[in-house]
Design a protein around this ligand. Structure first.
Ligand SMILES: *Cc1c(COP(=O)(O)O)cnc(C)c1O
Length: 505
């Protein structure tokens, strides 16, 4: 950390090292009695040397975490325009309900007679997810979008095996613009990934899909609206062609926020789609909480939905935990999934109602188009000749020649107090800047951000390269060696080694 102060602090922001650097093995914040007995019950395998844990008093511990928390950028602090991530406000009502004792204090192994309310929440959430998407079944248990992708692809695998085509249908078609998790999931699930090339208009074309179809194709994975922020116009025709060829349609539903309440993916011919509750349904994510990726399934895949199954009978709810006697492909995780996210998501749905959810999509799209319209005169917008869905996509074409790239704009935004947009994704656009304002930003915030972006574009156009290459100057750390951080992360701290932070450039 490079600061000119003696203390290392900047203004009222306190510098903070690793807890291992500040703590001491001899200190502690608690006062526990010496354990009685002392007989060696570990068969001589007990630790001999001191554990060397960082001991801190209670006030020191508080300060450590509060100082770290002040280095966090959060949706509660400002605009978080990270494209594809739907960083929207998490309503406090959700938090209130999730903290109700009857939900928050439950243990997954409690007797079912004491968890009927929680199961009703899960059942209702499942009902509304199915209703909104127009799909007959849902697996609630996946714990993230990528986990939901895995759930969908395993359901497809099970369905193919049940048809006797498990060994022959191995190819999964994935557009080049796909999120990295799509090909990764297909590969992990044992399929072979076959890329569908990108077209100039940023969309997948029926013709490009048709030439790839054959008796060895298991599925296609399409994101809609896609990662360029565009609606896939030929999606229904593509779904029909896929089905005709005996394959399944996996839809990456991470961008569901743009169409929730407006489009039922089931009507588009989708066979499986994960829904990121932490994106569309406003449960916290990105360091703020665990995700949840419930996966809706079509009639063709519904029999294979993983356990646990919630079963509703006259006398109450019960859970089917085992696959015997069913076609369920297995289970995705221990217990039932992220209960806290279920409560939050259902609260969000019920408090918005169907009209409110529809407006979520409409306002998300409106906000993105407002930004695209304001920024288009100043940045290259690769697909900007028409409206976008929930994301405005720009790139660095206009300033790349002068050596000012997407990364430099992102670093300059840090000095302006903004978390950058998504950079260099989707890969089909060179130097992509993917901006997703979401519906929860007021016009004032959109304008402030656009003003900053426009000022930066002018500075770049004027050739002020030094300004960009030096940025950020006001952030706690300057430019990090990102390649080194990714390739050789320092995962272990040793006493005496106080350079654990990756050296600033
Ligand atoms: C966020 C996202 C995912 C993965 O979701 P996680 O919850 O992060 O696992 C997949 N696809 C797209 C397009 C996404 O934006």
């Amino acid at each position: 950390m490079k600061t000119e102060t003696t203390s290392g602090n900047r203004g009222l922001l306190q510098a903070e090292g690793l807890i291992f650097e500040t703590g001491h093995a001899t200190g502690t914040g608690v006062d526990l009695p010496e354990p009685k007995g002392g007989a060696d019950e570990l068969g001589g395998l007990g630790r001999k040397a001191a554990l060397d844990l960082p001991g801190l008093s209670e006030p020191e511990t508080m300060r450590h975490y509060v100082r770290l928390s002040q280095k966090n950028y959060a949706i509660d602090l400002g605009l978080f325009p990270l494209g594809s991530c739907t960083m929207k406000h998490n309503p406090r009502l959700n938090e209130r309900v999730a903290r109700f004792e009857g939900f928050a204090e439950l243990h997954p192994l409690q007797p079912l007679s004491t968890t009927q309310g929680a199961m009703e929440v899960m059942d209702q959430l499942a009902h509304w997810l199915c209703t909104m998407t127009g799909m007959p079944a849902v697996a609630l248990s996946p714990k993230a979008g990528a986990h939901g992708e895995m759930c969908g692809m395993l359901a497809i695998k099970a369905a193919l095996a049940a048809r006797g085509e498990g060994e022959t249908r191995k190819r999964v078609l994935v557009p080049t613009s796909a999120h990295g998790t799509n090909p990764a999931t297909a590969h992990e699930a044992g399929f072979i990934v076959d890329e569908i090339p990108a077209r100039d208009d940023g969309r997948v074309h029926l013709d490009d899909v048709k030439v790839k179809l054959g008796p060895d194709v298991a599925a296609i994975m399409i994101t809609n609206p896609n990662t360029c922020g565009l609606f896939e116009r030929e999606v229904k025709a593509i779904a029909d062609a896929i089905h005709e060829a005996g394959a399944y349609f996996y839809c990456d539903g991470a961008n569901y926020n743009a169409i929730v309440g407006r489009v039922r993916p089931g009507d588009l011919g989708v066979d499986a789609m994960h829904i990121n509750l932490h994106k569309t349904f406003s449960t916290p994510h990105g360091g703020g909480g665990p995700g949840a990726g419930p996966t809706v399934l079509s009639a063709a895949l519904a029999p294979f939905v993983p356990v646990p199954h919630i079963i509703k009978r006259d006398k109450g709810y019960s859970l089917r935990e085992h696959t015997e006697g069913t076609q369920a492909f297995g289970r995705m995780c221990a217990f039932h999934g992220q209960m806290g996210m279920f409560t939050r998501a259902l609260t969000y749905m019920l408090s918005h109602g169907s009209d409110g959810l529809r407006q979520v999509a409409e306002d998300a799209v409106l906000n993105a188009n407002y930004m695209l319209t304001r920024l288009k005169p100043h940045y290259n917008a690769p697909f900007g000749n028409g409206p976008c869905m929930h994301e405005a996509l720009l790139d660095h074409t206009r300033t790349k020649e002068q050596g000012i790239e997407t990364k430099d704009f992102a670093k300059a935004l840090l000095d302006e107090g903004y978390h950058p947009f998504t950079t260099y994704f989707p890969l089909v656009v060179d130097g992509a800047m993917l901006i997703e304002p979401t519906e929860t930003e007021p016009k004032r915030e959109l304008d402030r951000f656009c003003d900053v972006m426009i000022a930066l574009s002018k500075r770049a156009a004027a050739g002020d390269k030094d300004f960009f290459k030096n940025a950020p100057v006001l952030a706690p750390t300057r430019r990090l060696d990102e390649t080194r951080a990714a390739r050789s992360p320092k995962l272990r701290w040793k006493r005496g080694d106080n350079s654990a932070a990756i050296a600033a450039e």
